[in-house]
Structure formats: C-alpha cells, structure tokens
Design a protein around this ligand. Structure first.
Ligand SMILES: Cc1cc2nc3c(=O)[nH]c(=O)nc-3n(C[C@H](O)[C@H](O)[C@H](O)COP(=O)(O)OP(=O)(O)OC[C@H]3O[C@@H](n4cnc5c(N)ncnc54)[C@H](O)[C@@H]3O)c2cc1C
Length: 373
C-alpha cells in the first residue's frame, strides 16, 4: 500500500471521531490533519513537496476519507485534483507555454506547502453542470489584468479557501489561444469576491459549499495556459475523485452494518452481494484512474472516464440505499453515521457531471470502441 494511504489509515479513527462529534461544522482540524499528512499536495513530485502519487492512489485516498467523513473527502478532492492535473498534465503543454506552466506549477506547489487552500468555484445556476454553459465572463482590464464577473454556486470551502479556480468565458482577443472557457485563479480575499453564507446541505453539511459572487474581480492569471481545458481535459481527473466519494460512503455503510458479522443467513447473503458489488466498483474506478493522462486528443479515454464516473457514482448510491433499507430503526436518525453516509453518497451523482448530464453525454457519444476487436 502507498505510504500516503497508510498514513491516512492511521488517521482515520480521529477523523471519524471529529466527524461524529461535530458533523455540521467546517472540519478545520480534519483539513489541517490531512494537510499535515501531505495528502493535498501528494500528487506533486517530491522536489515540489509531494510524493508523485498517481490518480489511482489519489482516488483511493478520497474513498478512504469518505468512509471516515464524506464532507472531508469532498473538500479534499478539490485541491488534490488541482495538484494532480498540474503535476501530470504536463505532457499536453505546448512548447511555447512550457516555461510559464512550470513557473505556475512551482508557485502553486509552494502555496500548497504553505497550507494555502485552492478550491473550485465553477458551477452556476441552471448550467446543468456543463462547463460550456458557463455565463461568467473574463475580460481584459486597461491595466492588462483579467477580471471575472458572474455568479458561482456550490463553491465548497467558502471563506476557508485562499484561492478559487473559477471558470469563465473569455474572448480569444483578450487571451490568445484560449478555448471558449478557461479556469482562472482568483484570490478569495480581495475586492469583487463576495462569499455568501447560504449553504444548507442535505448531506455534506460541513463543506461550506457557498454561493460566490464575482464582481469585476481581478484574476492573478489563467490556470495552466490558454487552451488548458481543451488540451488537458483536467475535469476527467476530478470526475474520478468525485466517484470515489460515494464509493467510500458505501464502504462505510457496509462496514458499520456487517461488523460484527450478523447471525442471520439472509443478512450474510445480502452483505456478501454488497461486498462483491463494492469490490467490482472499486476495481473499475481504479483501473480507469490508473490510465489517467491528459486526454485532449483521446476521446475514447474521456468516454471511459465518463462511464466510470457515472456508473460508480450511481451504483454506489444504490448500494448505500439498499444497505440502509436493511439497517433497522436504530440508524434511522438524521445524525446517525450510516444515515449521514447515505446522504453524503448522493453528492457523488450531483457532482460534476451530474447524473442526467452524464447519461445525456453517454447517449450522444454512444459507441462500443474497440470492445471485442
Ligand atoms: C455537496 C456539493 C458540493 C459541490 N461543490 C462544488 C464546488 O466546490 N465547486 C463547484 O464548482 N461545484 C460544486 N458542486 C456543483 C456540482 O459539481 C454540479 O456542477 C452542480 O451541482 C450542477 O448542478 P446544478 O445545480 O447546476 O444543476 P441544474 O442546472 O439546476 O440542473 C439540474 C439537473 O438537470 C440536469 N440538466 C440540466 N440541463 C441539462 C442538459 N442540458 N442536459 C442534461 N441534463 C441537464 C443537470 O445535469 C442536473 O442534474 C457541488 C455540488 C454538491 C452537491
């Protein structure tokens, strides 16, 4: 097992205890502990303060955290994914952008080492989870800087973030080489960035997934390089981490209900079936994550990631729900850990791409690829 995962295993009991004691409060101590354990920067190479872990290990780490605290896993996935795409997305960087890319990667890695939190503020009301439907715009100001205006929803970490990476539409005249939408780096504590206090999650109570208003707010730059989203397809990395969240919730529910092993033969059969389903979902996710690479010119891999995210999230939620139905009245309490894992698991189907959008894309791009050839 990767050393990182061993450290997280050792931490898990204390993470779980805090989640149980303070389920609705931003998990500052848990975040500090996983930062201290090197999780958020783990994908960076050792010379940048990380351990060069693969996307598969990052996904395993998120699943492990989700079993202890779904909210903590969701929060951690945002900066962890950023470290992953910056470290492993390099193969797709055009030669002329390489130097700037490396400088930005060094600067972001230094921020991670200093404990600064990078979080995602991309989603918008009514966009259906699609980046292409982004309404926020980035425009070039007279002083040369790029300014963002728009309204973001579900910006997890809220005011606890130091820097948001935020999507915006940009005109190629303002940013030559840019695609229709790019990510921009946006310091949170500056004029023009307003973080509301409107989060009241069904599950994920402590993620502080707030509305974020951007009013002509100055970005420090484009993330990666102009064309980053098209060339690297970074969202595929986050999709895999998001799928790991409901998977970890399913592990927690199964563990809670089947420990100690029940005397009932019917329950043993149901739990054996659940274990087989869990193991196959985990294997599917890790096989896809093991192959992660910048996928701008690899539509087949993008489709595979989409199928994996859609299936693992959907089936993990079903598994949680079916197990919950076997749980008995003792667990039918809003604050019960099994009930909280069930509620937390649903975020996996809502996180990018939300399930209906995932299914829509599968229909549009249906094909069997090289199956059986
Ligand atoms: C707990 C939690 C934390 C989150 N944290 C973050 C975060 O930190 N940063 C961030 O940027 N986002 C975050 N999100 C947002 C998430 O990633 C999704 O992008 C967002 O939930 C999309 O849903 P919506 O509310 O915009 O859906 P709506 O636009 O209201 O759409 C409703 C549903 O209809 C579907 N739909 C709408 N239009 C179409 C269409 N044209 N085709 C097919 N289906 C369609 C959508 O897929 C969706 O399922 C978070 C979400 C949750 C639940």
């Amino acid at each position: 097992m990767a050393a990182l995962l061993e450290r997280l295993h050792a931490l898990a009991p204390v993470l779980t205890r805090r989640e149980t004691e303070e389920p609705d409060v931003y998990p500052a101590a848990n975040i500090a502990d996983v930062q201290e354990a090197g999780l958020l920067r783990a994908p960076f190479a050792p010379e940048r303060g990380g351990e060069g872990v693969s996307a598969a290990v990052a996904a395993e780490a998120v699943a492990l955290l989700a079993a202890a605290s779904p909210s903590l896993a969701l929060l951690a996935a945002m900066p962890l994914g950023l470290a992953g795409v910056l470290e492993h997305g390099g193969a797709a960087v055009p030669e002329e952008q390489r130097r700037a890319w490396q400088q930005q990667r060094e600067a972001v890695a230094a921020d991670f080492r200093a404990g600064r939190i990078y979080a995602a503020a991309n989603s918008e009301k009514g966009a259906g989870g699609s980046l292409a439907a982004t309404k926020t715009v980035a425009t070039r100001a007279p002083d040369g800087s790029l300014h963002l205006t728009g309204e973001k929803i579900l910006g997890s970490f809220g005011r606890h973030a130091d820097v948001f990476f935020s999507t915006a539409k940009v005109d190629a005249r303002d940013l030559p080489g840019a695609g229709i939408v790019e990510f921009f780096l946006m310091p949170v504590d500056q004029p023009g960035v307003v973080v509301l206090d409107d989060w009241d999650g069904f599950g994920m109570r402590s993620t502080e997934s707030q509305t974020v208003l951007l009013n002509d707010a100055a970005a420090t730059g484009v993330l990666g390089f102009p064309g980053f989203i098209d060339h690297v397809q970074p969202t595929t990395y986050w999709y895999l981490l998001f799928a790991a969240i409901p998977l970890g919730c399913a592990a927690a529910v199964l563990h809670a209900l089947a420990t100690p092993a029940p005397a009932s033969a019917a329950l043993r059969l149901r739990f054996s079936e659940a274990l087989m389903r869990y193991e196959s979902l985990r294997a599917y996710l890790l096989e896809t994550a093991t192959a992660w690479h910048p996928a701008g010119d690899d539509a087949a891999y993008r489709a595979r990631v989409l199928r994996t995210k859609t299936f693992v999230a959907q089936e993990s939620v079903k598994l949680c729900a079916e197990l919950f139905a076997l749980a008995g009245g003792r667990h039918y309490r809003r604050t019960d850990p099994v009930a909280r894992s069930l509620a937390g698991s649903f975020a996996g189907t809502a996180l990018r791409p939300p399930l209906p959008l995932g299914l829509e894309s599968l229909i549009e791009n249906f094909g069997l690829g090289d199956l059986g050839s």
